[in-house]
Unconditional design. Structure first.
Lengths: 201, 201, 201, 201
DNA sequence: CATGAATGAGGCTTCATTCAT
DNA sequence: AATGAATGAAGCCTCATTCAT
């Protein structure tokens, strides 16, 4: 057996965490289970990562990167700021096409973990901010160009936060209380709400 | 030491869980810590509750009850369905007035726990459904009376789910990534989005 | 509710232990369960008994007394020592007629407890000795009168011990490995073995 | 500290349980005590065994294996079925030569445990059945060849069960009420009883 | 790089017993 | 004589992490 490079191994371990976490939650994602899922041993995980938390942070980073990339891809044909807003919503609320369920489930779990582990919380906050930045910019531009109109009490950052919250909420309820959300309505509803918020056509 | 009634003790224990959980998360809310916070012994917790999970479920129940009651109070003066929708949003997004931060933090934590503990998940789903019911009804009525208009792909249940998701998202980000949400904008943004969704005036 | 006399209460508690132990074993016969079975409270058990062990010892005593009485009843018509031996075996191996299954199950459980609790062990040993005494005497008499003949290496006490062991073994396997013992054969087999041991006709 | 193979460790742990159980009973054979006796940590026990019960089951298995092997060894010179019956009794009732007291004490304790733990009970029943099988076969053969004669109400299985019960009874009383059984008489008495049961010479 | 045995802190829970009422 | 809340000592088990090989 050819030994694998550190980079490959790290990726495998992060993958394993993603899968285990997605269907068992972080609490049950023990080192032992991750190792088993990855087809390697517990010791090796700590050889490649300083701690289990570090694996989680790497996973978080990876998810963000993928989302950012997906956003870039989806926005490439955008002709105006509304298109960009739509692209943003599309990327996040069309898991059928853009994200796999594992990732969404993991994301929600990470959210939970962000609450209990301060280090995760910090990285998480920054990640959300990064994710939100292009949306805020699009809205800001749209307002400047007259494409959008916001109520006076709501700034572009607040509007972006609102849309982000909506997405986050859909993720959460989608995982925790799936039956409550009629299938396939998230995207349309979100668009409708965003349109109202931005007074866009 | 005065002997207290079971009911009082149960309430105290639930309170203690609420406080510990709010600032340390459920994972760190060990029975030992809960006992310490409540000023009693670990054994007593299990004298009054079958398990730690049962304490959590009782807390969940209590939060739901309070929210439902708050909604009733807030809706009492509502003159039409839009007022009812506003009341719903008010109750949930005005924590400054209606809910204490501990409760919101706990709610988010419970959300996370709902993911990993199936029993919690079940109760949680049902709770969300219960919470959402009056909103869905208001929307349904509003649509029937012509007060609201929904896009054809969106039914009243979906619309209610959208608003619920938005609230849930605000809760989540409010706890995990507070800096991302400009202070005091949640309520106005939510109203604006709801108006857009329902085509209400 | 008229308060009951201490004696009655003690009997009720011992009864409850008997029943709980019979179908759940001593390990699961917690104070709480005994209290529930007896329809009274935990505290009361310790009001009437110094400890849980004391309840067990009282039960043991009661079982022995009943067995002794049954032996007397069964032996009343005995015309010779062989009849007395048969009576002894009858009393112990005809639970269908002479002892209730609860008692047998409890007896086996007590045996187990005798192993782990020295105080129980002492009382148990004495109880077995008491139980065995009349049997040993009958055998002794039978040998003296020429009714029985024992191999030279086996004294009356040893012979009584052998029969006692056989009974004890049937009790044990009857409870732990019931399928191994063909139904309804214990009594006949025991008689046949005793006859061989004593060279009786 | 030398790292040992899992197999070695498992054996050591089972050994430790055997020793602790033999002189303190299963109830007092806590994981802590077992660990101490084995000179290792509690955690390690659970690294090698899923649960404490699993250790007990392994011990049971080991005792059975040893007994079976001893029976084979003892039976090798048997010239007829009576010899085989004698071999069976020898193996079980000559602890001085064939089994160590620890093992007998443990066996009795396991019997007790079989009552309270269903899983143990199942394995125990099967174990007894396995142990008894060769005896039943020898008796069956002996009856067929005319070497033995059984009373009509007693089949070979019942006869084997009777002898097994006798042995089991000796084990039990030997541990719980040793004084009741005159030293060194078990084997002779058992032979005499078996001879009577089988009408063998 | 890799293995897997080993550690040890700590978690949840059970239960006989005590005690205020 | 009776209640039932309260205690506290253990018990079993989990798990991230370390370490000898």
């Amino acid at each position: 057996m050819p030994r694998k490079s550190s980079k490959e191994r790290r990726a495998e371990i992060v993958d394993a965490l993603l899968r285990v976490m997605a269907d068992q939650g972080y609490a049950k994602a023990t080192t032992a289970k991750i190792a088993e899922e990855a087809g390697l041993t517990q010791g090796l995980i700590h050889y490649h990562f300083k701690s289990k938390q570090e694996v989680l942070l790497e996973l978080l980073k990876r998810i963000i990167d993928e989302q950012q990339q997906a956003l870039v891809d989806e926005s490439v044909d955008a002709k105006n700021d509304w298109d960009r807003v739509v692209a943003f919503i599309t990327v996040h609320l069309r898991p059928e096409e853009n994200a796999d369920p594992h990732t969404v489930a993991s994301w929600v779990t990470i959210t939970a973990e962000a609450i209990r582990q301060p280090e995760v919380g910090e990285v998480f906050t920054q990640s959300v901010a990064d994710l939100q930045a292009p949306l805020a910019e699009a809205i800001s531009n749209g307002v400047a160009s007259g494409e959008f109109q916001l109520n006076e009490s709501i700034g572009p950052a607040a509007a972006a936060a609102a849309i982000m919250s909506l997405i986050q909420g859909y993720y959460n309820l989608g995982v925790t209380a799936r039956q409550v959300i009629p299938k396939g309505t998230a995207f349309d509803s979100a668009l409708s709400m965003a349109r109202g918020l931005l007074h866009a056509s």
